[in-house]
Design a protein around this ligand. Structure first.
Ligand code: SAH
Ligand code: SF4
Ligand code: F3S
Length: 461
């Protein structure tokens, strides 16, 4: 008999990717092997996202397809991640999806191996759940969703790794489901973060990406023990001292909490990359207020101006939501104005999706789908032109990339990212072995999604 295997699919953000590494490592500890084949796996895990309706729809459809693929003895199906924390998900599973055996929310993933063991495979078995108490408001409550320290992570040799620095979110932006499904903000202790980063460097990683819903509020938790006074700028400075670590990134920043001191820390810490992902969401003060974002258009422009002055060569990217309830053409024009003024290197653009339980889902003035799509298209057109222009400005420059892998389609090309987080395909000949190197590349060609260039020298093997 072959060994037992598990198959995992991850939806949503980097937080979930990081959690999937832990789930995989926990199952591997139990003697299960990771597998790419859902048809033969003994356990199938979907680590899900609830941020937009489309994210949930993807999971439901995938679940149906995976189930249909199966022959003979059914696997144990595990639904993990953010959808697992929603009462509507549990209702639907119970009523319509009898083959899901285990449900586990983000703060409970360490319980998956035990639940999967207890859950014998098959239809109509009792649904085993590990979810936290529901969080219903911004008030502090019992719904902390933090994982114990010391959980394992998959030992895959790699170049870049995620490090969670905080769990949950306290912001309650009016459109967002995350605080409900991930619980209140709880920062990890700086020493735990630093230990994890050191350990990753020992395993050969050159870059780490710090993860949190609002990394700038690191240490500023309203109820948990806190970090002994260390804030985000302090954490960057500590991590910057780790020998053998070459790059530090972080996601996501909140414009309200990104202080000048933090911008200065980015400027002074040579390992911290010159990339600012700073979701603006909207350029209209009225809409920003309704979104509960805590800054105005002019404050946002002041911050991005300060970043550009203080951190030479910085790139700035953003997230934008189109069609928030009540958004008029004038509001939309304000958003376009921010896009044109900041000249973002890139933007993730989303159509507002009402999420049950959030304040915005109940607001008056919901915008028809066609109007949202039309605005989105106009926004994408403006931003694409700016992105292309900015990338083209780089032609002729020499930049450092951290090489992640060989391009699967062309053995002469190596894929890596600049410190400003732009994807580069760099030519170096088929005999070279650049994976994990820091290389100096001359940019020769620019598109919207990537740059092309020639490797000039290897800076660090
Ligand atoms: N904590 C991060 C990211 C949260 S989710 C932050 O504050 O920026 C990632 C992005 O999804 C958000 O920045 C927002 O642009 C988008 N988003 C969140 N809820 C949404 C909703 N209900 N509809 C459409 N987009 C949404
Ligand atoms: Fe959602 Fe706002 Fe928290 Fe980001 S900061 S996760 S958008 S509530
Ligand atoms: Fe989605 Fe949860 Fe991340 S809702 S965006 S996977 S925090």
């Amino acid at each position: 008999m072959g060994s037992r295997t598990f198959y995992i699919e991850t939806f949503g953000c980097q937080m979930n990717e990081r959690d999937s590494e832990t789930i995989s490592a926990l199952l591997a500890q139990e003697g299960l092997e990771p597998s790419d084949d859902p048809k033969t796996a003994d356990i199938i895990i979907l680590n899900t996202c609830a941020v937009r309706e489309s994210a949930e729809a993807k999971v439901w459809s995938r679940l149906g397809k995976l189930h249909a693929l199966r022959r003979g003895n059914k696997p144990v199906f595990v639904l993990a991640g953010c959808m697992a924390q929603l009462p509507e998900t549990l209702d639907r599973l119970k009523k319509k999806v009898p083959y899901v055996n285990v449900v586990s929310s983000p703060g409970n993933i360490h319980k998956i191996p035990e639940l999967a063991r207890r859950a014998g495979p098959g239809q109509n078995a009792k649904l085993l759940t590990a979810v936290s108490p529901p969080r219903i408001s911004a008030a502090r409550d019992e719904s902390t969703q933090i994982l114990p320290e010391g959980l394992p992570r998959m030992n895959i040799p790699g170049v870049s790794a995620f490090v969670t620095i905080m769990y949950g979110c306290d912001n309650f932006c009016s459109y967002c489901i995350v605080p409900f499904v991930r619980g209140p903000q709880v920062s990890r202790l700086p020493e735990d973060v630093i230990r994890e980063a050191r350990d990753l460097v020992k395993r050969g990683y050159k870059e780490i990406t710090l993860l949190g819903q609002n990394v700038n509020a690191f240490g500023l938790d309203s109820g948990s023990p806190g970090t002994g006074g260390m804030g985000f700028a302090g954490l960057l400075k500590e991590l910057n001292r780790i020998d053998g670590l070459h790059r530090i990134r972080y996601f996501t920043s909140h414009p309200r909490d990104f202080t000048k001191e933090m911008v200065q820390a980015v400027a002074s810490c040579e390992k911290v990359c010159e990339h600012f992902h700073l979701p603006v969401q909207s350029g209209s003060d009225r809409i920003l207020k309704a979104m509960n974002r805590g800054y105005t258009k002019s404050q946002y422009l002041d911050l991005t101006g300060y970043i550009t002055e203080t951190v030479p060569g910085a790139s700035i990217t953003t997230d934008i939501i189109i069609g928030f309830p009540g958004e008029t053409e004038e509001d939309f024009q304000e958003t376009l104005d921010v896009v044109r003024r900041v000249r973002f290197d890139g933007a993730f653009t989303f159509i507002f999706s009402p999420r049950k339980g959030t304040a915005a889902a109940k607001m008056k003035g919901q915008i028809p789908r066609s109007e949202k799509s039309e605005r989105l298209q106009r926004l994408v057109d403006v931003q694409s032109e700016i992105t292309l222009r900015r990338n083209k400005d780089m032609v002729g420059e020499q930049v450092e990339i951290l090489v992640e892998e060989r391009d699967p389609k062309d053995p002469n090309l190596w894929k890596g990212r600049t410190r400003t987080n732009k994807m580069v395909l760099a030519e170096a000949g088929p005999d070279s072995s650049l994976k994990g190197s820091l290389a100096l590349v001359e940019i020769r060609e620019a598109g919207i999604w990537y740059l092309k260039g020639q490797v000039k020298s290897v800076l660090v093997d």
